[in-house]
Ligand binder design. Structure first.
Ligand SMILES: [Zn+2]
Length: 821
């Protein structure tokens, strides 16, 4: 439907081919050696219809400060205006749909319009909640206030006066999810709302606003009672690098929330209840692996001590180094009794200075203090089987309520083996979150996904709703609309026909690099094409290219310089590498270097990158990329290439297609056409948590997690299983019910039942088991790596269990030594 304007009329053979259309008629077929295509970027402000909201200066319903200060009737009227404009946009689409000539398309258009109207209805319901429920209104005001405040801190330092203006999609998404995030009884509680917006765009701010709302609402409702505290929101990422970046961003919001909690003079129109002053702090926690942050307090203190002596420990608790308000260096130190780590700002005049900040990065402190917002990597959840205190994160063994909201960022990365194993752990997470009878609300975001519904059913056992829903054209969904004024990103295809792949690569690299030195490039743009990003879809090829980028590229640059009317050849410093082969701290150093502009002594000339660059790398000055060989998936191609041309200059992507590789060749031959509907060809991702291989690895782990955390007798030792067999059977039945709900295949459910019952029998008949996790025969589980080394069979106890969701495939360590041919 949305791609109906894009038809495939022609495909090249060895060359590339395209059609020329005029007024919907094909007037010409043409072949190309250098096919080009422009992919336009969406406007984050959406359809021009929403300009009516911003036309009145800074005030208005998109202004976070305004939302936190105006009386209720004005606030509600402002928000109504937003949804009314959206409904106008839908009405126009409905009319457009009526005049389509093809009846099948007309029916499809009706369906899209109906889905849009349902979304508009949910946004209206969110606004009605603010009108009817004074606590929801106060929480919404405070959340906007906190977002505005932390934005103000940053902009004050930059000398900017502009306020925090929401994009229509951000505010609409929060209103759409407001009812189901606020109430366990809402009919949409079971819907996973998926924020679909191309890379960048501001998804994080939208869910931070919702996070702040949920945290404040829970505390207002608890009226000072203990259920208001505890972990309220889980925010999850897949990659460690991104997790730490997002932690720093979210910390500013949480510190602003906590400052508001105790400062009625800052709170705008909201009136703070008296109990806020004595409530638990609103805190943030970072839950990641021991290779980034020590899990134990003594180790954390030791790391800080080593650092103070000039060492640079790779695992370091100091993951927030600067104060979000004043940007002064934060002071990290243990208290005198060595029972706590205190993070303090000591800048005179800073409103956050003085008392320790509610920032927790060490596991021991996290389990003890229970941050309101927990940011962690998805793989860390494997620890639920090992560590008894992790139950506290779900309110178990405390008098706090369980978490209300789970946010899964970059859902498309939870696919393949990682997604499949995650799906099993999600069973346990859902069970632990729901121990008081209410499931948590789950929201997520993605930039590229197809058939999200089946993935979300398999992972979370929930219905899926995409926001914004599709309109009638790929370029406009109301809240996201193609920006016709923006030049977009230019894609050029180069074939290796007639030359070797290596020759083509070095020639293209050299040509682009020397061309960037052209004196005719306007000064404002000369930095934008200076640093060349070369993307490789295999590490193997990247290794060979390191030498190529030093020697061959240098030679070719000199040749081209001579041919280009005696231009001076550009100097070529050594390339840098951005791949999983280098350490996290080196990656951070490279990311910092990439910000250095042309002329800076440390400016990067060329960076050779693997798919690591595709997620979370956001360097505004990068403008040009060579894609060496087509990535396996279109989703990866979109993610990788959207790293260039993000801000400073329009992006240029040169794709080198190897004529001897079928995938490269077919994409080259139809280059022009598939770029016109790039998102149409995104592949569906598969997640099969109940498949045999996955069950064998981790199904029992999900079962053990539920058992030890939900049955108090089993919390510390697996020995008393026989006495609580009935409770164990009940958990087993719930897991099987979920298997039936998410799986298409009855054979898989039957297999799951067999395996779980066998495991349960083994367990209850072993009263001698005293440990949950160890390598000895008196333990129930053991690490999968260790079991493999010992050649232990999977059918016996202790049962091999993943230590992390990251290493989902067994691997072999080997070292490759350089040698001369
Ligand atoms: Zn400060």
């Amino acid at each position: 439907m949305i791609y109906r304007e894009v038809r495939d009329h022609v495909v090249g053979h060895t060359c590339s081919a395209r059609v020329v259309e005029e007024g919907g008629q094909v007037t010409e077929l043409a072949t190309d050696w250098l096919p080009v295509a422009i992919v336009r970027k969406p406007r984050e402000t959406g359809d021009p219809i929403f300009e009516a909201l911003t036309g009145v200066g800074a005030d208005g319903p998109l202004d976070a400060k305004w939302l936190s200060e105006v009386p209720a009737d004005q606030l509600l009227a402002g928000l109504q205006q937003l949804v009314t404009l959206y409904e106008k946009w839908i009405d126009a689409r409905a009319e457009e749909g009526q005049v389509l000539s093809d009846p099948a398309l007309r029916a499809q258009a009706d369906l899209h319009v109906a889905t849009c109207r349902a979304a508009a209805g949910r946004i209206r319901a969110g606004i009605a909640l603010l009108g009817d429920d004074p606590q929801a209104l106060e929480a919404f005001r405070l959340a906007n206030r906190a977002m505005w405040l932390q934005d103000r801190w940053k902009k004050d330092r930059q000398g900017r006066r502009d306020g925090l203006i929401w994009r229509p999609f951000q505010l609409a998404f929060v209103l759409l999810t407001l009812c189901s995030a606020s109430s366990g009884a809402d009919p949409d509680r079971d819907v996973m709302d998926l924020l679909w917006f191309p890379t960048g765009g501001g998804k994080t701010e939208a869910y931070l606003l919702l996070t702040a709302h949920v945290i404040f609402l829970r505390r207002l409702r608890a009226a000072g009672g203990p259920e208001g505290a505890g972990v309220t929101v889980f925010m999850r990422y897949t990659l460690r690098l991104l997790t730490i970046q997002q932690f720093q961003r979210a910390a500013a919001v949480i510190l602003a929330c906590d400052l508001l909690r105790r400062s009625s003079n800052l709170a705008g129109a909201a009136r703070l209840p008296a109990h806020f002053a004595t409530d638990a702090q609103i805190s943030i926690g970072l839950w990641v692996g021991a290779e980034s942050v020590p899990n134990k307090l003594v180790e954390a203190i030791e790391a800080l001590k080593r650092e103070s002596l000039g060492d640079q420990p790779a695992s370091n608790p100091r993951r927030l180094t600067r104060c979000p308000q004043c940007n002064g260096l934060l002071h990290w130190a243990s208290n005198d009794a060595k029972t706590d780590l205190e993070v303090t700002c000591r800048s005179p005049g800073c409103t956050l200075a003085g008392a320790p900040l509610p920032v927790l990065t060490v596991d021991e402190l996290i389990y003890d203090r229970l941050p309101a917002l927990m940011i962690g990597t998805a793989d860390k959840y494997a620890q639920l089987a090992r560590e008894p205190k992790t139950g506290r994160l779900f309110g178990l063994g405390t008098n706090h309520a369980p978490p209300d909201l789970v946010i899964q960022d970059e859902l498309h990365l939870i696919s393949g083996p990682l997604g499949t194993i995650s799906g099993l752990y999600e069973i346990a997470i859902d069970e632990l979150c729901s121990h008081k009878g209410t499931r948590p609300k789950v929201i997520g975001s993605t930039a590229t996904i197809r058939r999200a519904a089946s993935q979300i059913r398999a992972l979370y056992d929930r219905r899926a709703a995409q926001f914004p829903p599709l309109g009638l054209d790929q370029g406009n969904s109301g809240f996201a609309a193609t920006d016709e004024a923006d030049p977009g990103r230019l894609y050029v295809g180069v074939t290796t026909t007639g030359r070797s792949a290596k020759f083509a690569l070095q020639a293209v690299m050299a040509s682009l690099m020397q061309a960037a030195a052209d004196t005719r490039i306007p000064a404002a743009q000369e930095d934008g094409y200076w640093t060349l990003v070369t993307y490789f879809n295999a590490l193997r090829e990247l290794g060979g290219a390191l030498t190529l980028a030093r020697d061959d590229v240098g030679r070719s640059i000199e040749q081209y310089a001579r041919r280009r009317l005696q231009e001076p050849a550009r100097a070529l410093p050594p390339p840098v590498e951005l791949t999983s082969r280098i350490s996290a701290s080196e990656i951070n150093a490279i990311l910092d270097r990439l910000d250095h502009p042309r002329g800076h002594a440390d400016c990067v000339a060329t960076v050779l990158a693997s798919n690591m660059i595709s997620v979370g790398v956001d360097v505004a000055r990068l403008g040009v990329m060579v894609v060496n060989g087509q990535p396996k998936t279109i989703a990866e191609y979109i993610q990788a290439t959207s790293r260039v041309g993000r801000a400073a200059v329009p992006g240029l992507v040169v794709a080198i297609c190897n004529a001897n590789k079928p995938r490269d060749r077919s994409r080259y031959e139809s280059f022009h056409n598939w770029h016109r509907a790039l998102y149409r060809d995104v592949e569906a991702t598969g997640v099969t948590p109940f498949a045999e291989r996955a069950r064998e690895r981790a199904l029992h782990a999900a079962f053990v997690i539920c058992a030890r955390h939900l049955i108090p007798e089993l919390r510390d030792s697996p020995s008393g299983a026989l006495a609580v067999r009935g409770d164990l059977e009940a958990i087993l039945d719930r897991i099987l019910a979920r298997a039936r709900s998410v799986e298409q295949s009855p054979a898989e459910t039957a297999g799951a039942e067999d395996e779980l019952r066998t495991f349960l029998d083994l367990w209850v008949n072993r009263p001698d088991l005293t440990q949950y996790w160890d390598k000895w025969k008196n333990s129930l589980l053991t690490s999968a790596e260790e079991a493999q080394q010992q050649g232990r069979a999977t059918g016996l106890l202790p049962r091999p269990t993943p230590n992390s969701l990251r290493s989902v495939e067994a691997s072999t360590a080997f070292a490759l030594r350089d040698y001369e041919m």
